[in-house]
Design a protein around this ligand. Structure first.
Ligand SMILES: [Ca+2]
Ligand SMILES: [Ca+2]
Length: 332
């Protein structure tokens, strides 16, 4: 048994280091086939009781599980199998947070969803070609971290901590920080941002609330460190200038302090695409299996081998050498 556990633990470690990611989440059949908004999906993953993903049949299991793993990692940063912020978990569960994954724009599943969905649980969507399990969260490679963060923030944090993260103008610490980052409070995209602005997103279809959600995303992934390479820094510069955690702390102290406030338990550790709390459990079990002492001999007061019998005083001798007097209760 011991060697079996050891083997299992090391094979999990190996699969984490090489090739495919280790994801201990279960792919299921779509449970919402009767719902016209969701009937065109076939793959389903439920994450930590509060976040659901639905994907079209053509999307590989690997991609669907990657998106699910990223959601789990963002919600459970210490990977103990429990969402770190139970208030956020509750908000996501009651808001029915859902990430749809489409094969492409205009797919049947997308059309059916847009036509029939009436909930508030969708904060963003993902397309198959934006998912790359080998480059979790990297700009231009894998939009999974961005889109899942949008959903968790919009359905979770905004409603749980409105004073901190409400999206409308003048409503929160987030909106106040953004007005500084953009060099003013712009209800729509200005013709030109002031020179001193470091957040200058110019997509005119993105309103103030959308700008705020994007701003929160930029700050979080900056803090995670996944923008901190020259290629990414220059690629994103026309939208967001602060590509490193140091730059964020120096330049945008309002936002840096807000997202670092431990009260909000925001995800600040970059997902690596591996999520397997059971693996942690297995290696802990392996380590603790060795030292736990067990009874090797039971003797009576005269030191003679004895059967344990109710009401009689027996001496239990343990594998590590210690002894313990024990009276077995009559009920047993
Ligand atoms: Ca946790
Ligand atoms: Ca991980």
């Amino acid at each position: 048994m011991k060697s079996f556990i050891l083997l299992l633990a090391s094979s999990l470690t190996m699969s984490g280091c090489f090739a495919q990611n280790t994801v201990c989440l279960t792919l299921e059949e779509n449970p919402y086939l009767d719902d016209p908004a969701l009937s065109e999906f076939s793959k389903y993953v439920q994450v930590l009781g509060c976040f659901e993903l639905l994907a079209e049949s053509s999307i590989s299991d690997e991609k669907v599980l990657h998106a699910a793993a990223v959601a789990a990692e963002l919600l459970d940063q210490n990977e103990d199998g429990v969402v770190d912020d139970q208030s956020v978990a509750y908000a996501l569960a009651s808001g029915q947070a859902l990430m749809p994954i489409f094969e492409e724009e205009g797919s049947i599943a997308e059309e059916m969803l847009f036509e029939n969905y009436e909930g508030d649980g969708i904060g963003a969507v993902l397309y198959s070609d934006e998912i790359n399990p080998n480059q979790p969260g990297y700009w231009g490679e894998d939009a999974t971290v961005e889109e899942v963060l949008h959903t968790i923030n919009a359905v979770g944090h905004v409603s749980v901590y409105p004073n901190a993260f409400s999206l409308s103008p003048g409503s929160s610490l987030l909106s106040a920080a953004m007005d500084v980052a953009r060099g003013g409070q712009y209800l729509s995209v200005p013709d030109m941002y002031p020179k001193e602005a470091w957040y200058h997103y110019d997509d005119w279809t993105c309103d103030y609330e959308c700008m705020a959600i994007e701003y929160l995303y930029w700050a979080l992934v900056t803090k995670m460190g996944i923008l901190d390479d020259p290629q990414t820094a220059s690629g994103i510069a026309d939208e967001w200038e602060l590509y490193s955690a140091e730059l964020l702390a120096e330049t945008d102290s309002l936002m840096d302090q807000l997202i670092s406030n431990t009260q909000f338990m925001l995800p600040l550790v970059a997902p690596d695409g591996n999520y397997c709390p059971q693996a942690v459990g297995i290696s802990q079990e392996f380590e603790s299996a060795v030292p736990v002492p067990h009874v090797v001999r039971v003797v009576d007061l005269m030191g003679r081998d004895a059967e344990p019998s109710p009401g009689m005083l027996r001496i239990h001798m343990y594998s590590d050498g210690h002894v313990k007097k024990q009276v077995i209760s009559p009920e047993q």
